[in-house]
Write a protein that binds this ligand. Structure first.
Ligand SMILES: [Zn+2]
Length: 138
């Protein structure tokens, strides 16, 4: 058998050769150092080519950048707006002509709920930070 041609080598590596031909090539590879060397070169080239194809092109980078920029802005606006409303609500509630015991009771309910929500969110955040698979995309 002659040396393996480059085209056949590529088709063999892509598993596109008929079984008998592939077996003959494999047998030749066992004996021929030169063709084994060619195979290593082609496998390396093929791997690098696949990595280059799989690497995100500049056009595909935009969704990631947008996510990194727009999410913090969205959260920032949400938190600031919520804080303004909470302060406004607390001040107008404190200044309203409602009996003091009513203010203290509903203040206790509001503060208790906020503490409960905060502790639950904190636990979830800490569990999320310890999760070794949090960077794995589904
Ligand atoms: Zn050969």
């Amino acid at each position: 058998m002659e040396h393996v041609t480059h085209e056949e080598l590529m088709r063999w590596l892509d598993e596109e050769l008929p079984l008998e031909r592939a077996a003959a090539l494999a047998e030749h590879m066992e004996r021929c150092t030169e063709c084994r060397r060619e195979r290593v070169v082609f496998e390396t080239l093929g791997g690098e080519l696949r990595m280059a194809v799989d690497a995100p092109s500049p056009g595909q980078a935009w969704p990631g950048v947008q996510k990194r920029i727009s999410r913090p802005i969205g959260w920032g606006l949400f938190v600031v707006g919520l804080a303004v409303w909470v302060v406004y609500g607390v001040v107008s509630y404190a200044l309203s002509p409602i009996a003091l015991w009513e203010k203290l009771a509903s203040g206790g309910i509001a503060i208790g709920l906020a503490m409960l929500l905060g502790s639950v969110l904190r636990e979830h955040y800490l569990a999320w930070r310890k999760d070794p698979y949090r960077h794995v995309q589904r």
